[in-house]
Design a protein around this ligand. Structure first.
Ligand SMILES: Nc1ncnc2c1ncn2[C@@H]1O[C@H](COP(=O)(O)OP(=O)(O)OP(=O)(O)O)[C@@H](O)[C@H]1O
Ligand SMILES: [Mg+2]
Length: 401
């Protein structure tokens, strides 16, 4: 082989080698890209797993925790675990102005937020804050998936709040039913006793009155017979109240103006209020005509007003309100007196429950009120703050009862 041919062969070989090197470099570049893509997919997978895990823990929290504050506190601590930069994030869950914070809480301008709802109203929000150093690298450091995650957590919290609200309502209704049941049982017992005692008491009264008419009765016997008469009348009064409580007395309905009836009922108490430094405030609606037993409704107003006056030993305000709500009439008697302790509120309607001195109260006033309202298919509610006052609210059907 001559020199020229050798040189050409050499050139061809180095050209082939260069081509091989170029191909290898390109393949390497491709491999690097695939590797990068693989790493990206893995990172994404990790993020999705973190997010799902976070959502699962939040869901688990609302299933297990019955105490709302503890549940919301736990959720606030769980939230940062679902975000990409867990260590540089923190969370705040605010419900009804109560904030629950994750560990190492800080505030920053870089944050996401989502509202929390109860009964269709916004009652709070969730916020996730990122350390502001993260913004220098990216415009929006939050992932689209993180926005969805935040929405998912807000939905779970809204569901939890609604569930707690429904549970509370259910408990109150159960307690009311239990209470009504207890009162009904006491009512049956009272009715039985009252019925049994009414006749012998009638006999005692009749005999005492007959004996009083006997000629030449010694003075002492007369005094004693008068005392017997008074005692029997008092006992029959109690029996009448028990009968009213147990809904044994029949209704005599009429159509009348409630405002007018209230005015009639409180006239004889106005002087007493004035003397005891009690101001009467009237908040009457117009045209509050109802069909009910006026004597019994008058009794309700009187009993509630007397209780209110007795609760304001140092004066105060007695507010009487009437209004129409849908097909019902509502009236309330509110005082600014001593109030009733929470634990005693349901006992107040039980016959003979009284906190008053002997002679000042028999403990039958509210039992009678309860019986009358039940008899009219109405409803009575009481709310009270010890030291601040009490409000009794009565609801009655507007028209024919
Ligand atoms: N407006 C009120 N403010 C504070 N406590 C009240 C009020 N109304 C009722 N109470 C409480 O409820 C108890 C029961 O009331 P209720 O009217 O049944 O009986 P009473 O007033 O004690 O006696 P009676 O009405 O038979 O004369 C009262 O003793 C009192 O402790
Ligand atoms: Mg009373």
């Amino acid at each position: 082989m001559d020199k020229r041919t050798r040189m050409k062969a050499n050139n061809d070989r180095s050209e082939n080698q260069q081509q091989l090197i170029d191909r290898l470099i390109k393949r390497n570049e491709k491999l690097e890209k695939v590797n990068d893509e693989y790493k990206r997919v893995c990172r994404n997978e990790e993020e999705r797993i973190k997010e799902l895990n976070c959502l699962y823990q939040v869901a688990q929290c609302v299933v297990i925790e019955t105490d709302m504050d503890r549940a919301l506190g736990k959720i606030a601590r769980i939230i940062p675990n679902g975000w990409q930069h867990t260590k540089k994030s923190c969370a705040r869950v605010t419900v009804k102005k109560n904030p629950f914070l994750s560990g190492n809480f800080f505030k920053s301008d870089v944050f996401q937020k989502e509202d929390v709802f109860l009964d269709g109203q916004i009652v709070g929000r969730i916020e996730v804050f990122y350390d502001s150093s993260l913004v220098s690298n990216q415009e929006n450091p939050f992932l689209i998936e993180e926005r969805n995650l935040l929405k998912g957590i807000a939905d779970i919290i809204s569901f939890y709040l609604q569930k707690q609200r429904n549970d509370d309502k259910r408990k109150i209704i159960q307690q009311q039913l239990l209470h009504a049941d207890r009162l009904a049982t006491i009512g049956q017992l009272a009715a039985g006793v009252a019925h049994e005692l009414n006749e012998p008491l009638g006999n005692i009264l009749g005999l005492a009155q007959l004996s009083l008419k006997l000629p030449k009765l010694p003075d002492q016997a007369k005094t004693d017979l008068n005392k017997i008469e008074d005692c029997v009348i008092y006992s029959r009064e109690i029996i009448k109240k028990l009968m009213e409580f147990s809904r044994q007395s029949s209704l005599s309905k009429e159509t009348f103006d409630l405002n007018q009836l209230i005015e009639n009922s409180i006239t004889f108490l106005e002087v007493r209020c004035h003397k005891e430094d009690i101001t009467i405030i009237r908040q009457y609606a117009e045209n509050v005509t109802i069909t009910a037993d006026p004597t019994q409704i008058k009794q309700v107003i009187t009993n509630l007003t007397i209780n209110a006056i007795q609760a304001m030993k140092n004066g105060g305000e007695l507010t009487i309100l009437t209004r129409k709500v849908d097909k019902k009439i509502v009236f309330s008697i509110e005082d600014s007196g001593v109030g009733i302790l929470e634990k005693n509120i349901s006992r107040a309607f039980v016959p003979f429950y009284t906190t008053k001195d002997v002679g000042e109260g028999t403990g039958l006033g509210l039992s009678v009120v309860y019986g009358i309202i039940q008899n009219h298919n109405g409803d009575i509610k009481v709310s009270s703050k010890p030291g601040k006052g009490t409000i009794f609210q009565v609801t009655l059907p507007l028209e024919e009862v």
